[in-house]
Design a protein around this ligand. Structure first.
Ligand code: SF4
Ligand code: SF4
Length: 399
């Protein structure tokens, strides 16, 4: 493998890399740097590694792959950076490079999981049904610990929970049904539909549905991410607003314009869909029921750092009468990071345990979590510590 970026593929641009002045102000906010203390696990170190590849002094394999794999893509560094370094864009482009450079068997394995299963709704539902049966028979106990901690709780009954095709009157709000949300979090979809109706929308659940491509983009699988984006655009573009009740998916769909900018047939449609996306907590709906008591609030990175959403979760809960309790951990990542907890279990386990301890310390009986990956990670780490604190999407809590 020659040094420099692999030709013909997206790569971090010189202009983006040059925005970093190497000041290091982002280091305290980086969860992987805080755990390892290594410069190479910091945003500044990763950008320096990208610059070395850009300068033709290093390859995209070996250490470079390890440095980028260890990044959670949580974008806490982006929020802390005074120079507005577009770190999310840099790491996503770097991952396209490292994915393409992996040995063929490893690439095929990753592709089979991400594009082969997550990219096809039928496969997702089949995998969900298999997991539900395995969990009912308690066979999941045989999984290695890090996979158990990364696995959602799925039941056949939950997977079959009916969602009305159309509800309410008003401007059309179409719901992204998604992949993991569709098999493990249908009650969140139900609560979102109820909130849309209360807010005066005609809520529509599209017939086919499927993944938005966030997991594929996160893992550097650009072709799959683009194919899934096109499918969702075609499905959802007729709506007045597109409502997404998973923070990771709403953050990703807001980048569709950038993702398909080079595709003349889709670029304009992608921009229009990105502009129509609303995270479910941005719907200004009156609460469906009063909530009495304390609710701990976990801010998903894809809310806080990628979309600047934080106040909306608290406004939703307070409108129902809840007392919101912040975690006091500076909004640190919980370690889920797409499938980070599967691929980088050691750092993910440290972060998951820290998050669970922070939630337990609030004394609240319920924690509001607006992202499925975070909800799975947090629930499983709470249970591992013997805690039965309820983990719910904010809209479920007020429904
Ligand atoms: S990413 Fe921003 S905060 Fe971090 S070293 Fe570069 S300029 Fe400084
Ligand atoms: S995205 Fe998160 S883990 Fe990656 S460098 Fe930035 S702060 Fe660190």
């Amino acid at each position: 493998m020659s040094t420099g970026w692999m030709p013909g593929l997206p790569a971090p641009t010189r202009d983006d890399l040059n925005t970093c002045v190497q000041c290091g102000l982002c280091l305290p906010s980086c969860p992987t740097f805080r755990i390892t203390g290594l410069e190479t696990s910091s945003p500044r170190g990763r950008i320096a590694a990208m610059r070395a590849v850009q300068a033709g002094e290093a390859t995209v394999t070996g250490d470079f792959t390890r440095f980028t794999d260890e990044c959670l893509a949580c974008r806490a560094c982006e929020a802390a950076c005074p120079s507005s370094v577009p770190y999310g864009r840099l790491i996503e482009a770097a991952r396209v490079q490292t994915e393409a450079a992996r040995p063929a068997p490893e690439r095929l394995m990753r592709r089979a999981g991400i594009a082969g299963i997550m990219g096809h709704r039928r496969m997702v539902r089949l995998a969900g049904a298999g997991l539900a049966v395995a969990q009912a028979l308690r066979l999941d106990r045989l999984l290695p610990r890090h996979l158990r901690l990364a696995t959602p709780r799925v039941t056949l009954r939950g997977m079959r929970m009916a969602l009305p095709a159309t509800s309410g009157e008003g401007p059309t709000a179409m719901l992204l049904t998604g992949c993991v949300m569709d098999i493990a979090f249908r009650p969140v979809h139900r609560a979102t539909i109820d909130a849309l109706v209360r807010a005066g929308y005609r809520a529509v659940v599209p017939g086919a549905g499927g993944c938005c491509g966030a997991l594929a983009a996160h893992a550097g699988e650009l072709d799959s991410a683009r194919a899934l984006a096109r499918a969702r655009i075609a499905e959802l573009e007729s709506a007045d607003v597109i409502v997404v009740d998973s923070a990771g998916c709403s953050a990703h769909m807001r980048t569709y314009g950038h993702l398909l900018a080079d595709d003349p047939a889709w670029a304009t449609r992608a921009q229009a869909v990105a502009a129509a996306v609303r995270d479910a907590v941005e719907i200004d709906a009156p609460p469906g029921r009063p909530v009495d008591g304390r609710v701990a609030v976990h801010d998903a990175c894809h809310h806080l750092h990628a979309q600047g959403i934080g106040a909306e979760v608290r406004r939703t809960l307070r409108a129902a009468g809840a007392t919101c309790v912040d975690l006091g951990d500076g909004g640190r990542c919980c370690g889920a990071g797409g499938i980070y907890n599967v691929l980088e279990p050691e750092i993910a386990e440290d972060l998951g345990a820290q998050k669970a301890h922070a939630i337990i310390a609030t004394g609240a009986p319920v924690v509001a979590v607006a992202n499925p990956g975070c909800a799975i990670q947090i629930r499983n780490h709470l249970r591992a510590l013997g805690s039965d604190i309820d983990v719910r999407h904010p809209l479920e809590i007020v429904d």
